[in-house]
Design a protein around this ligand. Sequence first.
Ligand code: DGY
Length: 329
Amino acid sequence: MSARFLVTAPIPSPGLDLLRCAGEVTVLQDQPDSAFLRHLCASGNFDVVLTHTRDVIDAPLLEQAQLRGVANNAVGFNNVDIAAATANNTMVANTPGVLTAATADIAMLLILGTARRVVEADTMVREGRFHGWEPGLMLGSDVSGRVLGLAGFGRIARATAHRALAFGMDVIFTPRPPVHREVSLTELGEFAGKVKQVRWNELVEHSDFLSLHVPLTDGTRHLVNASVLSRMKSEAVVINTARGPIVDEAALVQALKNGPIGGAGLDVYEHEPALAPGLAELPNTVLLPHIGSATVRVRGEMARLSALNALAMARGELPPHPVNPGAWD
Ligand code: DGY
């Protein structure tokens, strides 16, 4: 019998073509609610489900599922309960690497966009409120000479560091906040002498831009909370291209409204796609719709990698990018 794939939203053709060559493909056109997704996964009609970050693959679904694997079309996999997947012999795979540069570009765009008030400026022009050059019009802040604090020092953080250094920023980082883990010179590699490791407290207190690059786990949920925000510089800006719940969004809105911080550039939200009350009204924010990886090439590559993961799992082989490689032991 040929392999049977469930794809929870249309994906670019490089991925779909690969799947279609290997078996039967069912693509959902509308986002499934959790009961429907659970029903489909438990039906026995599919070998592998290709999911997206918005699909919640939790323990109840995994306990009933009759699947060999879950190919998550993302590098992040916080939407999948990995322990429950492993306990139920379900392999999970993801798409690392291909979206690093695109996501770092968006982090840099948010740094520049918040510093130079790009949304306010664009809105002013479109609304016909631009009446010619003025010495005091839309003054923002410099990025060169300012401190970028990276929470995390993985692939995307490093790619963001590259960009920030090219813009003349001073880069400090904490590899695994809030805990301390010393990074060796070998691990620093090409960044030795160019960036400085600090503890989480220092990162919070010294950053002009605090950019988040950690996975969402129990240890990083609300990493940036009211207490952290209260210790940041008065003009500091929070940048989040990782996962929304790393920031307590209600506390962020308060900190943006009443001080102490100066702005926020967000691509992800705590209760995505909903925004915390008041966030959209704040002028000192740049708000994007989770587009870190959204280039034609990158989304095509992600779809291709997800399909390769799905094909391998359908054949009972270890996928190219397994998250829980021991799931079938
Ligand atoms: C990911 O891959 O984790 C992104 O958030 C989705 O593009």
